[in-house]
Design a protein around this ligand. Structure first.
Ligand SMILES: [Zn+2]
Ligand SMILES: [Zn+2]
Length: 484
């Protein structure tokens, strides 16, 4: 297909193969995340026709519930219907049948309606009810420990100076965990070992492996996206349109990118189900609800150079190799998604490493909605990905347990090869199995009754890393209880 081919095919791509930025976790949680041929998590594939209405699954088919009519209603019926749909979506995650949900949600919606003297208030009450349904109200057992950053080590401290990245340096880390650890480090390490990804799972989930021949190269075992025949042609990972780039990766034409930042989710409508975007509740195939200055590409699977691998290290007697949770943020550059922030949390939820990173190529979109990173954050940052790799190779060794949610995405951004991995998207699988995955936001709301990623200014990698660690420790505690 020639680049920038116009017409139906192009519109079809735009409507159905848009994928959110990596780890884009909106309000939706147990959302179907189908894999694109590239192995990247995406909300739809091009085999899904626009405006698809499914019947039957995902749950028992049902008629769209209608809020009970009231004389002299204060709130427009359409607003109430929207709130009801929202409640339905949330309810489906926790109830066994659609009928259960419908009855429960009609009650919730009615209660919200009767509490609200005005439309504005109705929205507030509905929002509260919605949060309550997500389990977001702190219970007695709730309370995610705030990441304690008193032990945070900055890039400069870790490396001594930028020059240290090219020389040898050491990072002093306590071998024994602090007293407040719920499980002593060595015990926790042994427990977590039982949940590590197998080689097959690492491959299946798109983790990078050492290239057998090319030094610094990586290989993936997930299906690769075919590179376009025209070397100057790119596929926008937000809207699915093709676009032309010049030699250094800059767009040839000034063309806005219209896209949906939300995921696709099956939603009950009259007579069945409709696939809708979570960002704007528009049906699949609708024109994008967001506008960006230009198209962008993921590019990480095509850029498999510059990788480093964690090393075997000798440990002092009695020490364990360490347990850390990790999360990265990325922005779009002329070559695709590049690392722009990394946070590492230890098993006592202390932030031990947190730095902004200056990408190698020119930034074309800060991806702030998801990364939380702005131009101001990077204005005085000179830390490069190589500095980060050097610091992490000091902090980790080959047997360090790294915890993350879809951690392959972070390792690709870090260009770090590591095989001792505990992935919370695998530890807490979606009830329908792959390619469905539960979002980190949903997991923390469900199990820890704590809401994350609720900011208007984007995600926060230290919060997400901390949430992963907390989830894993919580799970180990639950397992220990059931063993007794
Ligand atoms: Zn949208
Ligand atoms: Zn685009």
């Amino acid at each position: 297909m020639p680049c920038l081919a116009a017409g139906a095919k192009r519109r079809f791509l735009a409507s159905s193969s848009s994928s959110p930025p990596p780890k884009a976790q909106g309000l939706g949680s147990q959302l179907p995340e189908a894999r694109t041929p590239s192995g990247q998590v995406s909300t739809a594939t091009s085999t899904v026709p626009p405006k698809l209405i499914t019947r039957g699954p995902p749950e028992q088919s049902s008629q769209k519930p209608v809020p009970p009519k009231e004389c002299g209603g204060k709130v427009p019926a359409i607003t109430r219907q929207r709130h009801l749909s929202l409640f339905m979506d949330e309810g489906l995650k926790f109830c066994s049948s659609t009928q259960d949900v419908t009855e429960k949600e009609l009650k919730e919606e009615k209660a919200a309606y009767h509490q609200s003297p005005s439309k504005r208030m109705d929205q507030d009450v509905a929002a509260n009810t919605f949060h309550k349904m997500q389990g977001l109200e702190p219970g007695p057992e709730a309370g995610l420990h705030k990441t304690r950053d008193r032990g945070a080590v900055s890039q400069e401290v870790v490396l001594g100076s930028k020059l240290a990245a090219q020389t040898s340096f050491s990072l002093q880390r306590p071998n024994s965990p602090p007293e407040e650890d719920p499980l002593p480090g060595a015990t926790l390490y042994q427990r977590l070992k039982e949940h590590l990804l197998t080689q097959a799972q690492l491959k299946e989930n798109g983790y990078p492996f050492v290239h057998p021949k090319r030094p610094g190269g990586a290989v993936l075992f997930t299906t690769q996206e075919k590179p376009p025949q025209d070397a100057s042609c790119r596929l926008c990972c937000r809207c699915g349109n093709q676009y032309l780039v010049a030699r250094r990766g800059h767009c040839v034409h000034q063309e806005e990118c219209h896209y949906h930042w939300g995921r696709l989710r099956p939603t009950p409508v009259a007579g069945g189900w409709e696939i809708q975007y979570t960002c704007c509740s528009a049906p699949i195939g609708s024109p994008g609800c967001q506008v960006a200055q230009q198209h962008v590409q993921d590019g990480r699977q095509q850029d498999l150079q510059g990788f480093v691998q964690t090393l075997d290290k000798e440990l002092p007697p009695g020490a364990h190799p360490g347990i850390y949770a990790l999360d990265c943020e990325m922005c779009y550059t002329t070559s695709g998604l590049e690392l722009t922030r990394v946070s590492v949390v230890d098993s006592a939820l202390r932030l031990v490493y947190d730095t902004f990173v200056r990408p190698d190529r020119d930034i074309v979109d800060y991806n702030t909605r998801f990364s939380g990173v702005t131009a101001a954050h990077l204005a005085h940052t000179s830390t490069s990905i190589r500095d980060v790799q050097a610091a992490l190779l000091t902090l980790f060794n080959a047997h360090t347990i790294l915890i993350g949610h879809s951690l392959q995405s972070d390792l690709l951004a870090l260009k770090l090869i590591h095989g001792t991995v505990l992935d919370t998207s695998v530890l807490f699988p979606h009830r329908r199995g792959l390619p469905y995955k539960r979002s980190l936001r949903n997991l923390t709301a469900h199990y820890l009754r704590h809401v994350i990623q609720n900011r208007m200014d984007g995600h926060n990698s230290s919060e997400d890393a901390s949430a992963c660690m907390h989830l894993v420790i919580w799970k180990m505690g639950q397992d220990a209880k059931t063993e007794r």
